[in-house]
Design a protein around this ligand. Structure first.
Ligand code: NAD
Length: 512
C-alpha cells in the first residue's frame, strides 16, 4: 500500500469557498453557539465555521414548508416535475463543484464523489419521468354500476435526516421524489457535512426561482440531533425519512410511531458475500475489493463479511491480500488514490476496538489495520483496509463497524453459508459469487438472502437508482429511490364510485 501527500487546509478552505460561490451559496459563514465547524477529514482540520440552526430554526422551517404545501399539492405533478428537471440541469452544470465539496467533507475519492453527484442527476431524471406516471389502479367492484379506484395524494411536509457518508445523494433520492409527489421538504443533513448541503440547497433555490415554484417547498436546517428533534416529534411532519446508524433509528422510530407519523428508515448494514467453489475468482476478487475497501469502508452497503467455501478460501484470501497491498491510500484529490480517509477520530477508534475484539475472539489479521499519514496530518485518520480471518461468526462480526474491515468465514455446504449469511441483525445488501445457476437462484429465492438487496456476481455496494433501495431487520425496512418507492411519499385513497341509479350494499347487506 502506498500513500501520497495531502492538500493543505488553507487550500481546501479556498476550494470549498469557490465551489460554494459557484453553486450560489452566500452568507453561510457564522459564529455563535449554534455555529458548526466545516471540517475536512483530509487534514482533520476545521476550514471555517458556518451558521447553524437548532430547534427553533427547524420549527420555523417546518412552518414555512407546511404553509407552502397546499399550493404545491395543487400544482399538477408534471409541472412539479419541471422544478426537478431544472434541478437536474443545475446539478449537471455544477457536477464538479458539488463533487469537490463531497471530497472535501466526506473524503471520497474524485471518481466516487462525481458518481455521487451523477446519482443525484439520475434520480432527478427518474423523478421527472415519475411526475407523469404517479399512477393508481382500477379494481373490480362486486357491485353493478360501481367502480373501485385507488388514488394517490401528496402527504405534506417530509423531514429528511441524512448521514455524512452520502451527504447529497440521499437528500436527492428523497427530495426529487418527494417534490414530484407534491410534498414539501425540510432537510437536516449530517452535522459533519454542512457545505454540500448549503451548495445543494442553493442550486434547488435557483431551480425554484427559475421555475416559479413556491419558495417554501424546501428548507435546510443545519445542526445535530437537537435540530432534527422538531422533525421527529412535529405533528406537521407526516413522514420522516431518516438515514443513519441503528442507534439513531432506535432513538427516533418510537417517537415517530408515538405520534402515528410515518418513517422511512435507512439504517446500518452488515453486508456479506458468499463465494462458492464454482465462482470466477478473478471477478469475485475485483468485486470484493471495491465493495470492502472502497469509500474506506464507509458505505452502508460496504462488504463486511466474506463467507467463502473452504476449498477456495486460501486462494481467494491470498488474492485479496495481494490486491489490498496495491491500494493507494491518501489524499482523495489525488487521481491515484483509491482509499481516502475515515471521517474522524471516532471512526478510527471504532476500527481499532473492533480489530482488538476480533483478535480476542480468535481472529487472525491477514493484512491491514494500521494507520497511515499520521505524521502528515495528526488529526486525519487514514487506515489500511483490513482482512481478518475469523473462526466463526462471533460477536464483533455481527456488528456494523463503519470502517474497512472484512471478516472472512468459511463454510462447507451451501445451507451452512446461507445460515451464516442471515444470522446477523442487519439486512441491507448481499451477494453471491457463483457460476452455478442453482446456487444463484437459491440465493435470490425466499429462503435465500434475507436482505433488501441480493446480488449475483457483483459486490454488495454500488446500487443503481432504478431499483428500490433499502433493507430489512435492523436496517429499518424503508425503501427509497426507484421502482414504486414513490408510494412511500404519498397517501393512498380507495374510491368507490356509484354510476348507477341503485344503491346495492357490499357483501349483500340489506338495510331497510
Ligand atoms: P448517525 O446516525 O450518526 O447520523 C445520521 C443522521 O442522524 C445525522 O443527520 C444526525 O445528526 C442524525 N441524528 C443522530 N441522532 C439523532 C437523534 N437522536 N435524533 C435525530 N437525529 C439524529 O450516522 P452517520 O455516522 O452520519 O452515518 C453512518 C451510518 O449511516 C452507518 O450506520 C450507515 O450504515 C448508515 N447509513 C445507512 C444508509 C442506508 O441507506 N441504509 C445510507 C447511508 C448511511
Amino acid at each position: 500500500m502506498s500513500e501520497n501527500t495531502l492538500t493543505g487546509t488553507a487550500e481546501l478552505a479556498e476550494r470549498a469557498r469557490r465551489a460554494l460561490a459557484a453553486c450560489g451559496a452566500a452568507d453561510y459563514e457564522g459564529s455563535g453557539p449554534d455555529a458548526l465547524p466545516a471540517r475536512s477529514p483530509i487534514t482533520g482540520r476545521t476550514l471555517f465555521t458556518v451558521a447553524g440552526g437548532g430547534g427553533d430554526r427547524a420549527r420555523e422551517a417546518i412552518g414555512t414548508a407546511h404553509t407552502a404545501f397546499p399550493a404545491w399539492r395543487d400544482t399538477p405533478a408534471p409541472v412539479r416535475g419541471a422544478l426537478v428537471k431544472r434541478l437536474g440541469e443545475l446539478l449537471t452544470e455544477h457536477k464538479q463543484d458539488l463533487a469537490d465539496l463531497v471530497t472535501i467533507e466526506a473524503g471520497k475519492i474524485g471518481s466516487e464523489a462525481l458518481g455521487e453527484v451523477q446519482e443525484m442527476i439520475d434520480i432527478c431524471d427518474l423523478a421527472v419521468g415519475m411526475s407523469r406516471q404517479l399512477e393508481g389502479r382500477t379494481l373490480a367492484s362486486e357491485r353493478p354500476g360501481h367502480k373501485l379506484l385507488e388514488t394517490w395524494h401528496p402527504l405534506g411536509v417530509v423531514g429528511v435526516i441524512s448521514a455524512f457518508n452520502f451527504p447529497v445523494a440521499v437528500w436527492a433520492w428523497n427530495t426529487a421524489v418527494a417534490l414530484v409527489c407534491g410534498d414539501t421538504v425540510v432537510w437536516k443533513p449530517s452535522e459533519l457535512t454542512p457545505l454540500t448541503a448549503l451548495a445543494s440547497t442553493a442550486l434547488l433555490e435557483r431551480a425554484i426561482a427559475d421555475t416559479g415554484a413556491p419558495e417554501g417547498v424546501h428548507r435546510l436546517v443545519l445542526g445535530g440531533a437537537d435540530a432534527a428533534a422538531p422533525l421527529v416529534d412535529g405533528p406537521d411532519v407526516p413522514l420522516v425519512s431518516a438515514t443513519g446508524s441503528e442507534r439513531m433509528g432506535r432513538e427516533i422510530a418510537p417517537r415517530i410511531a408515538a405520534r402515528f407519523g410515518r418513517a422511512i428508515l435507512e439504517l446500518g448494514g452488515n453486508n456479506a458475500a458468499i463465494v462458492t467453489p464454482s465462482a470466477d475468482l478473478d471477478l469475485a476478487a475485483r468485486g470484493i475489493v471495491f465493495s470492502a475497501a472502497g469509500t474506506a469502508g464507509q458505505r452502508c452497503t460496504t462488504m463486511r463479511r466474506l463467507i467463502v467455501h473452504e476449498d477456495v478460501a486460501d486462494e481467494l484470501v491470498a488474492r485479496l491480500a495481494k490486491a489490498y497491498t496495491g491500494l493507494n491510500i491518501g489524499d482523495p484529490f489525488s487521481v491515484d488514490t483509491l482509499v481516502g480517509p475515515l471521517v474522524g477520530e471516532r471512526a478510527h477508534a471504532a476500527m481499532r476496538t473492533a480489530l482488538e475484539r476480533a483478535v480476542a475472539e480468535g481472529g487472525e489479521v491477514v493484512t491491514g489495520g494500521g494507520r497511515r499519514l499520521a505524521d502528515a496530518a495528526e488529526d486525519a485518520y487514514y487506515v489500511e483496509p483490513a482482512i481478518v480471518r475469523m473462526p466463526g461468526q462471533t460477536g464483533v462480526v455481527k456488528e456494523e463497524t463503519f470502517a474497512p474491515i472484512l471478516y472472512v468465514l468459511t463454510y462447507s455446504t451451501f445451507e451452512e453459508a446461507l445460515a451464516l449469511h442471515n444470522d446477523v441483525p442487519q439486512g441491507l445488501s448481499s451477494s453471491v459469487f457463483t457460476t452455478d445457476q442453482r446456487e444463484a437462484d437459491r440465493f435470490t429465492a425466499s429462503a435465500g438472502s434475507d436482505c433488501g438487496i441480493a446480488n449475483v456476481n457483483i459486490g454488495t455496494s454500488g446500487a443503481e437508482i432504478g431499483g428500490a433501495f433499502g433493507g430489512e431487520k435492523t436496517t429499518g425496512g424503508g425503501r427509497e429511490s426507484g421502482s414504486d418507492a414513490w408510494r412511500g411519499y404519498m397517501r393512498r385513497a380507495t374510491n368507490t364510485v356509484n354510476y348507477s341509479t341503485e344503491l346495492p350494499l357490499a357483501q349483500g347487506v340489506n338495510f331497510g
